[in-house]
Every structure is written in structure tokens, then in C-alpha cells.
Write a protein that binds this ligand. Sequence first.
Ligand code: FES
Ligand SMILES: [Fe+2]
Length: 366
Amino acid sequence: MYVTRNWYVIGLATELGAVPVGRRVCGLPVALFRDGDGRARATGSICPHRGADLAQGRLVAGRVQCPFHGLEFDGTGRCVRVPSQPPGAPIATGLQLPTYPIVEQQGLLWIWPDPSPPVPSSPASFRGLDASVVPRHYFVRPRTYGGSYLNVVENALDGAHLAFVHTRSVPGAPESTGSWHISMAPDGRGFEALAVADSEQGSTDRPLEMPSRAYLGFAPRLVRPLIEPFLGLDVVVRYTFSYDLSGRVCFHTTYRNGCEDFLFAFLTPSEAEKTLVFAGHSRARGANPVADWAIRSFMEILVEEDGVALDKLSQEARGPAGLMPPAVIPADRTSLPFRRLYGRALRAEEKSVPWALGRSTGEADS
Ligand code: FES
Ligand SMILES: [Fe+2]
């Protein structure tokens, strides 16, 4: 069960090259390629002739060619050439692929996997990828994690696994997840959790200031002491993470010198037990090639660690929606707003809400 009236990231703009790219989104097999005008296109990837996988085929002058009998399809999904018949002979009707709206924006390829027209007509842009805010950014190699979209989003929002799963990328991460102030986005499609300071009376609304090494270790251990003081990255004055229904999770760190780090992942439901992950990093101010190299190394390790942990999870018995039974610990409270948002989006599409979404929160859905 997927929310399909939604823009999802299906690829990186840099992935579209000499051959088609095959992906699944919300269970649909999709071929991605650039047409003769260089425009990104998304069509179904199952050849309507005998069912070969077009994503295994070639690109010929902006058309995708089936690897089985060489039929060629243009960016509108129409078959425009059948090599085994004389030129000019009529092409059988029915040789048509489904197509999906696709938008290339901020280095990402966004797809609308629903038959309805896209609303809004294009995906939201992301401040952490805006060239006027961040001079450069990069993505690590896209990955497919074992685990449902719900599992993978909840893992991304879960601070309690850092100290145990991310022992290489975030050495010394605290076991305690601290206190968070959660606020919903004005458009109702997301939320932000702000790390807040505690007082003797409990948590406050005051952003928690902390040494950066106590939280996200942005680089391998040996390199960090050289980089952080140089870039003024040693004290964090504001740290948030956020989620919205486009599948975007962002960890946003503001340092005392005004520098900002955006560590982000765009998560897309691929199949029932598979989720696409497009993770990356950008930094406003303080650009430095050594730091870029170090942070990239850190990201590769971090993404790998999550993948290994989630692949192991997927071998275990889970509930019908891919969620574990609703046994929650206090640290799971950061996933509750996600469950509410996602449940609401499923209901808006008249789809059933997984049993665990409502039960585990113990809260009325408003
Ligand atoms: S299966 Fe694709 S051309 Fe025959
Ligand atoms: Fe993780």
C-alpha cells in the first residue's frame, strides 16, 4: 500500500547517460532516459511485445530500444520503429508504454507515479539544494534498502540506533536521544524536531548547544580534528531533523560561525519490502575540498551501515505493513508525527492504514 498521489525522487540527474536506468517506484517498473532533446523521460519498462525489460536495452537517438526484438519507443511511450518490418509499414496499435510525469530539479529526478494529474504540478524545492544557499552538494551512490518505506523512514528518524548501528560513522554517539521539540510544517505535510536543552524542570524550548563531536561526526575520526576548528564547525547552536511526505529526511546543523550542514536522504517506496535511498550532503559556507572529501567518506559509511542493519531486519517476521508490532520505547516518539502524517495521506487516497499506524501511537489522529 503506497501513497501514490505524491512526487517522489526516482533518480539523480547525473544517472541519465548512455543507457536507460531501470527503477521501481510504488511497485511500478519504470525506465528512465533522456529523449532526443535531452529531456528526462519516464516510461514503463515492460515491453508490450513480449515483456522484455526495456531498462536492459539501449538508447538509440533518444529512444529506448528493447533488447529482445529491437522495438524502439520514444519519450511519449509510443513505438516508433519495428526493425523486423519494412520501413513505412504501419506499427501495430497497442505498442504503447505507460508514461509518468517526471521533473528534473536541483539535480534530482522526481516522478509522479499516480494516474491522476500531478498536484502540485511540480515537486517542492529544497533549501539545502538551492545553489544560492549552498554552493555545492553531492549525493552518494543511490541504494535500495531492504525494508518497507515505513521501516526505512522510521529508521531515518530514529536517533536511538546511532550509538549501536553507526559505530564507524558516528563514533561516540550518545546512547541517550535527548529532548526534542516537534513542530508541524504550515502546509501540514511534514514536521521538524528541534534538539532542545533540558532544565531541572524538564525540557525547554531553547535550542541545545553542543560540541559537534557529541552529535554528528561529520568525518572520519582522524580527519575531524583538522577540519572542524578550521571551518568553525566545532560548536552546534541548532540541530534539527525533519520529514515531509515527499520522502525527504533532513538533518540540519547550524554551527556557531553561521555555517550550515544539510545531511539529507530522499526515500521512495520501491516495492513492499524495498525502498530507494538517495542520500547526500550540502553545506552553506565553509566550502573546503578536504572537508568535502571527508564528509563524503562519512556519508558512504553511514549509508552502508543503515543498509546492513535494515537488510538484517528484513529477514525477521514483521506485521502486514512491514512494521514491527507496536512495542514502542520513549525514543520512538519522533516517529509518531510521521505515522500520523502517513496515515492521513493514505486515508486521503482511500487506502487502508496499516494496523500499527494508529495503535502504536496511543494518540487520537487529529
Ligand atoms: S519483447 Fe520487446 S521487442 Fe519483443
Ligand atoms: Fe542510520
